[in-house]
Write a protein that binds this ligand. Sequence first.
Ligand code: 0A1
Ligand code: ZN
Length: 869
Amino acid sequence: MLNVSDNKNNNQYIKLEDYKPFDYEIPNIFLDFIIEDKRVIVKTELEFIKKNININSLILDGIDIFVEKIYLDESLLEENNYSIQKNRLLIKPILKETFTLKIVGTIKPKENFSLLGMYESNGIITTQCEAEGFRRISYHSDRPDILSKYKVRIEANKEDFPVLLSNGNLVKANDLKHRRHEVIWEDPYPKPSYLFALVAGKLNCIKDNFNTKSNKKVEINIYVEKGDEKYVKHSINSLKKSMKWDEEKYNLEYDLSLFNIVAIRHFNMGAMENKSLNIFNSKLILANKETTTDEELERIEGVIAHEYFHNWTGNRITCRDWFQLSLKEGLTVFRDQEFTSDLHNRSIKRLEDAKFLRKAQFREDSGPTSHPVRPEKYLEIDNFYTTTIYEKGAEIIRMLKTLVKEENFNNGFSNFISTYDGKAATIDQFVNKILENNKEINNEKFKTWYKQNGTPLVKFKRKWDKEKQILKIQVSQINSNKKNLYNDLPLIIPINIAIFLNSYEKIKKTLILKEKEEEFTLENINSKFDSPIISYFRNFSAPIKWETDTTFAEKLLILEFETDYFTIYDTIKGIYKKIICKRIYEEPDINIENKLITTLRSIIRNNKSINLSLLSEILSIPTFSEIESEIKKVDPLKVYKTIDDLNYLFGTKLKVELLNKLKEIDKNITKLWPEGKDERKLIETIWRLLLHSKYEGIKNKVISYIDSNSMTLSKAALNVFTRINCPERELISNIFFNKWKHNPVVLDNWFFFKASIEINNNQKNIEALFKNEYFDVKSPNTLKSILNAYVTRNSLFHSRDGSGYKYVADKILEYDKSNPIVISRFLKIFSTFRQYENPYKRNIIKVLDYIKKNKLSPNTREIIDAILN
Ligand code: 0A1
Ligand code: ZN
């Protein structure tokens, strides 16, 4: 018997420094799928060219594939020439330099609950190959630097599987005997195995088309389950807008004459960019204003764009190895953020992206699963689809753009595309291209951003010489995470500032911090203030935290003078944070609270032209998830109570202004998205404050919207009642449930709402959701709705006796068996326990130890070990 080594099962890290090119190339692949009732027969033909002549064996990866026969150049392999162990196939000896390997195997999509590889969702056979799912379909090297041309034949019975799809162009479609049929797809562009896709099933197709700028007609097909056809218009429009935007902005045209999208009910993530056959979680395709909120419509538009943009950043140019994941993800997030900014409101988009990064990525980066944007090692790559790789990765690219300026950035980007088209590239290669002609920024030094983890802290101190009108700004940077040696190196940080000279004049500048400590001298600062007032990191110019010597009084002036949305938002959130901390750890600071209320009152009354989404942001008391990672010693029940108290206080004190504002915006709330969205966003914030202030007059008004034909308003009504304990809450819950129980995408909102509300006998109520006849065990969307709502919205999760934690731990163990990807991501909810006070901290450690003692998937094992380390 041949012996096969396997680093995964040995729990050994895969390391960036160990990267070696594969010993072979596989220029062509032919896959033949024969779909039967209980199984799929997969015949794979792989053409190999040996690249490393010193090698005389071949190792391929494969999981849960039953191998029937293997042929090497037409001759059947004897059992002593190959062995299958620990998910690896070893063939030895291999003496030829070029050869074809043919493997006949079978797989069972119906028994696959992992939603990886090939699986069945609601009668539809589908695939998910990123990152390492292809090896669950066929034996293969399954690494992103092996690019092959794929030809795919699919055969199935025509009644159950009338639609048979794969990547590229349809080159043949034939009826066969016994009511079966076959199709052949050929993809002319070489691609890595993770971009392979197949879909087979009863799907209805909605057709459209797009004319590219070189006047090529692209056929657009969106495939959905029967009955869902009426929900695809928004997605088609979004796709066409994306295609046009990429042509105009980056001169990138679509490269095939067919673009397919399929909506799948059971899907772990948002969507997947398989070449010309994007597969989407249904919730990100099926949309209209009655079923979808404004926020979701914009998210759908953004995700469709994201997947489409991957055609160039990801597919035509892919990643050399998974350590380079941010090359495609950070870059594509940056591109989709730019797309949304161009289509809607750039300043609001920036504020929202900064808000999300600080809530999710900063949280991750301050905890045990913190990692660099280009990690050095991993056990399970599926655990690295994180906000660090995606959103922090996008921020690094945004900083590059700020540093080299737009035109140079665009040139560098185009250069990158043409140089690496058809290749597997690295992050280093991308940065080198952007900085190629730049003398001011040192490439290697800039790349430290990719190697560090943790959020750096920048400190500012002003030195002001009023007579000479010279302002010196002393700046220092520090990374408090000492576990990573790179964290001690200084980063190159662009700092957008504004210096306010008086109420209408300001100087705008970008300082570039390159060292650990630097002093910037600014001359001729003609300020009328005692000391010039400065706002830092305008437009959130770097993904960092900062501290300043700005006084509270100066902050109030910044609020008066600033025009940068992000800074306005950030200044107010800083004040809220201070108010919350004072209430939790000391006494309420009445002075600060009153000053903020007065400021908000004046903004609502006097600033008639303020953007209403911005107004909504600044009137929103931070939520538990927003504030959790910002405070040192978390007593979750106290935090929830403080937030409730502040909603009561601000709602009471601002009642008159809020009611007036409500009247003012009322006429616009029925406008069709994207119009009216700012008004609708503000309405939810006003409703929440007024309801919390116990102003009964608003209740019936809110309730009347639960059945409205705008999902934004219906869901706003649900949201604002979450923490209001009254009989009407049950009433609106029932109205919503009965209206939407047959629409699984919408019903997930109800599951979320029900799991958020706090009622006695809490666990029993949550458990009832899992037992609900509309709960679908295979649906990650519903599972995530219930679990996420319970742990982020429902304070009873934090019951002092630890029962909430134990309940969730048992759910983790239960679902880890079928869906490790979803569960290992969800487990990170416990990663902030070190900041918690007792008994919470003690209770969390108890359940983490309990989880650890059980049999776990490798994904969840990696995360629990990191958390407890
Ligand atoms: N590449 C996709 C994200 C994705 C990753 C893994 C998946 O399955 C385990 C699915 C999708 C994107 O960035 O959109
Ligand atoms: Zn992506």
